[in-house]
Ligand binder design. Sequence first.
Ligand code: NAD
Length: 333
Amino acid sequence: MLIGIPKEIKVHEYRVGLTPAGVHELINQGHQVLVEQFAGMGVGYVDDDYAKVGASVVGTAEEVYLNSEMIIKVKEPQPRECNMLSEGQLLFAYLHLAADQQQTEALMRSGCTALAFETVTSPSGGLPLLAPMSEVAGRMSIQAGAHCLEKAQGGRGILLGGVPGVLPAKVVVLGGGVVGENAARMALGLGAQVTIIDRSIPRLKQLDAQFGGCLQTLYSTQDNIENAVLAADLIIGAVLIPGAAAPKLVTCDMVSAMKPGTVMVDVAIDQGGCFETSRPTTHQEPVYEVDHVVHYCVANMPGAVARTSALALENATLPYVLALATKGWQQAL
Ligand code: NAD
């Protein structure tokens, strides 16, 4: 199959659909790959890296779209890109169509077959192409939170791990799924005292078994949440109800009763956020304060670590890309 990798054009999107290593796998299996020039630049790959593994590097997106049977990219196609897609072509990327009528109609007009990363479901019901970004965001949430706890950032001036003779910070993670587990792992690694709150007892049992006595688990009730967040230095919002807006687990009243300089990182902001005081922020201006509580609510956290994210995404997508290229989508699904 002839596979095309265009350069991403969405604002501040630095990732790339496939790295040279992924392209090499396709070429080893007898496929041909067209890569738009500078496609991998944002994550540290130059055109020559692609050429060395056997890809053809072309000068424009038009050449990629015109000649490829399958397009692999990261973000949903922008209007200009939708216009270049054509009948019979296969598109494999994040699409997030539910909230984007314009793109949905443009894709339908193009006649292409579009397969959304976020809808690929594993036999156990998991979402394998969303999970890597949750891993990244979960781990980043502690990095971001630790930085915000510094005095100069508006935080309480607390070091997550403390030092001998001084207690560590208290970290509360709301939601013990992929984001929550990864946040807990990082916070524990830095020596913080960590509590995970979830409404699923089987999940809390799993986390308890996994982390042993290092981690405290708590069932999700309003009282438990209130007591935990009022005592916390850093709160991570990581709940998800699939297909629904995030529940507002931390109320305005709780926020106004928190210690000044408490930090809240709302990873669930892409689903509306799980704190009543949350509103989406960007990497340019990631934080704001409400009642002297620092809020970090960046909706595309993995974008800040584009290289790690691109590699993690490729690890997850590549088996599907290879299956689609080899069998065609009708057989691969
Ligand atoms: P997940 O499904 O793996 O985990 C969600 C957890 O929330 C589950 O364990 C569930 O039991 C728990 N939960 C649901 N309702 C709850 C409640 N009332 N109280 C306590 N726990 C509750 O989801 P995930 O992959 O960890 O993703 C979490 C959120 O992070 C999602 O909204 C996802 O879109 C978002 N996310 C954001 C970014 C970003 O850049 N901001 C990046 C990746 C993921």
